[in-house]
Write a protein that binds this ligand. Structure first.
Ligand code: HPA
Length: 270
């Protein structure tokens, strides 16, 4: 079983892997450079979304290279993390939430592998954007470990890199959003197109603009991630232990799985 982990803000390394080496995976969108290692007999690659040292802002992340790279390497299951602002009083800073749906307010991002022409026109079903069995495993693992996890949450993705206005946050609440962030779209959509089992653990790092009594800052986000980062990686690794093919009965991999230019069996890994 091959598993990908995409680390968001505050999750820049995984110390649980053995025999770790740095690899390069070439994609039509540029190369990605994950760490490859082993955990409980499973092959795992870890990729920090914002690059080493958090040098890539949300609107410039090469989402297609990341998702294509994981698929080309052979990942079937992908866990990701996302630092978020909370729209709900009961999603307190430090809380973990397994995402269940999203609303997309991004503006300038390519959110498909299929650009028409030879690549075809593809309209991907996102009725269930995040893998339901993975969500259940993460939630159950949290219960088992005594790490409190909320079982569902609607993520609203903004373009960033600025934080939202209080008016935008109020609009999101009216629309049914629970959390705001800047990275989960198009990542989740591309993972769906690629036929990956994909799940996201959101970390509430702050009350969103206008709910918080103080101005927002990236430092505040990083501070909360200092302590929440360990819980989220523990939750992922313990969930990986429970991941077996038999528990994963869902439609994720029944989506389109032939990405443009991807020859199956050739991993394009250096
Ligand atoms: N808004 C958008 N993205 C975020 C926030 C927020 O309040 N906190 C952490 N990531």
């Amino acid at each position: 079983m091959k598993i990908g982990i995409i680390g968001g803000t505050g999750v820049y390394a995984l110390h649980h892997l053995t025999d770790v080496k740095e690899i390069e995976i070439e994609t039509p969108y540029g190369s990605v450079f994950p760490s490859l290692g082993f955990f409980e007999g499973k092959e795992v690659v870890f990729l920090p979304r914002h690059g080493k040292g958090h040098s890539v802002p949300p609107h410039r992340v090469n989402y297609r290279a990341i998702v294509y790279g994981l698929k080309a390497w052979g990942a079937e299951y992908v866990f990701s993390t996302a630092a978020c602002g909370s729209l709900r009083k009961d999603f307190k800073p430090g809380d973990l939430i397994v995402l269940s749906s999203f609303i997309d307010f991004t503006k300038g991002r390519v959110s498909t592998f299929f650009e028409g022409g030879e690549e075809g026109v593809v309209h991907t079903d996102v009725t269930e954007p995040y893998c339901l069995p993975m969500r259940k495993i993460i939630y159950d693992t949290g219960l088992n470990l005594g790490i409190p996890v909320h079982p569902s949450g609607v993520y609203v993705c903004f373009e960033g890199p600025r934080f939202e206005t209080p008016a935008e946050i109020k609009a999101c609440q009216i629309l049914g959003g629970d959390l705001v962030g800047m990275t989960n779209v198009p990542e989740v959509v591309l993972a769906k197109e690629a036929g990956l089992h994909y799940s996201t653990i959101a970390i509430s790092t702050n009350y969103a603009a206008g709910i918080s009594s103080t101005p927002l800052s990236h430092e505040e986000v990083l501070e909360v991630m200092e302590s929440a980062g360990k819980s989220v990686t523990t939750l992922i690794m313990e969930s990986i232990k429970r991941l077996t093919y038999s528990v994963l009965d869902c439609n994720c991999s029944k989506n389109r799985v032939i990405l443009p230019g991807l020859k199956h069996g050739s991993h394009q890994v250096k």
